[in-house]
Design a protein around this ligand. Structure first.
Ligand SMILES: [Zn+2]
Length: 385
């Protein structure tokens, strides 16, 4: 089973990366502001709160610290979602940044902040601090999609906070989630060469969301390599807060350290056993990926004359008819469509200014459309239902 999967993902990977997500100088300019000293200071603060099991004062103090950090950054949509179980009551912290084009469609980036048997500076102070740094740098950056920064509690007792959120917010509100991006234990191991990160995709049931997860995970891996000095490896998602979302049919991806700490869930899960420079690199790659997933609008204004004027709609399409339009002429443009294995399944050149694409012969699923003219190439995800 495993060699089969690896082979197909390899094929997908080489074909998609040769078209998708070119290095974006605007995204790079945001990523350049990731601060190694902020990350180190925040990890130290997190560690100093002590063991953060649900029911402890340490966890409440950490919750207050995280919440006040968002307030100080100027975020105003900060929700505490309480839930209770036999260990006590705790809060998920949900901070929303509203998108400019799709305010009701969300990229959720999440990390748990509760710990077991120790300060949990790696598991999951690392993810907690990464979210804080991304929130700092994205505060005044416009994104097309809304972003929710979610700090879950109760993860260590069985994904209790994230399950509660799915059951009590996502399902009843029918929340429109484009992607759940989970960060758990990305702090590296001291005295090891930490130069790779594991990107996790959904390979479990239900399977209807798996191909979209693998497409998003490929974008994640590509962005990590574009905006950090890390290499990436692909594996499957399990045992963290994306799981309740996956069961609910959402599209998920995640990050986990490639060199795995032996100290998680012990009193030795501390900064001195980690590699903070690794977390700095993971943070840079994650920020590049989040800008890509949420689509930064600054890019739109910079390149208004070319690439972002293409529109592909309806998307998703339910009848196999998709229109392509552009503010500029499409005369010298072409479109190619690839399936998730990277195979070209459709191609057309010399397009009309409002081009009607007949895609009825294609199977239902997720595709990658690459639209080119002489100036630029743009990649869009296309869903046929
Ligand atoms: Zn964890």
């Amino acid at each position: 089973m495993k060699p089969f999967i690896t082979k197909y993902f390899f094929l997908f990977f080489i074909s998609i990366t040769s078209y998708a997500q070119n290095h974006n100088t605007y995204y790079q300019s945001v990523v350049d502001n990731v601060s190694a000293s902020n990350i180190l200071a925040d990890l130290t603060s997190f560690e100093n709160f002590g063991t953060k099991r649900v029911g402890t004062t340490a966890l409440t103090n950490t919750e207050n610290w995280i919440t006040s950090r968002y307030q100080n950054l100027g975020y105003t949509d900060i929700e505490l979602q309480p839930f209770s179980y036999n260990r006590g009551t705790s809060n998920n912290i949900i901070v929303t940044k509203t998108g400019t084009v799709y305010p009701n469609t969300y990229i959720i980036i999440d990390a748990h902040y509760d710990t077991l048997n120790g300060p949990g500076t790696n598991d999951n102070g690392s993810g907690t601090v990464l979210l804080l740094e991304l929130a700092r740098l994205l505060k005044d950056v416009n994104t097309e999609y809304s972003i929710k920064f979610v700090h879950f509690s109760g993860e260590e007792d069985g994904l209790i906070g994230s399950q509660y959120y799915v059951d009590n917010t996502v399902s009843p509100q029918n929340l429109d989630i484009r992607l759940v991006f989970n960060i758990d234990q990305v702090g590296g191991v001291s005295n090891q060469t930490n130069n790779s990160i594991t990107c996790e995709e959904d390979r479990s049931s239900p399977t209807g969301n798996n191909s979209a997860s693998s497409a998003m995970t490929s974008i994640l891996a590509n962005c990590i390599e574009l905006y950090s000095n890390l290499t990436t490896q692909l594996s499957y998602a399990y045992g963290s807060d994306y799981v309740p979302f996956q069961y609910n049919g959402e599209v998920i991806t995640g990050l986990y350290e490639a060199n795995e700490s032996q100290y998680s869930h012990t009193a030795s899960d501390v900064l001195s056993n980690m590699d903070p420079n690794y977390l700095y690199e993971v943070t840079k790659g994650s920020l590049g990926a989040l800008l890509e997933f949420a689509v930064s609008s600054e890019t739109l204004s910079i390149s208004q004359n070319d690439k972002e004027t293409f529109k592909l709609y309806p998307n998703p399409s339910s009848n196999g008819i998709v229109y392509l339009s552009s503010n500029a002429s499409l005369n010298n443009s072409s479109i190619k469509i690839y399936d998730v294995l990277g195979k070209e399944v459709f191609s057309k050149s010399n397009l009309q200014n409002l081009e009607r694409l007949h895609l009825k012969k294609l199977q239902k699923g997720v595709y990658i459309a690459v639209i080119k003219n002489k100036h630029t190439s743009i990649t869009k995800k296309l869903i046929l239902n």
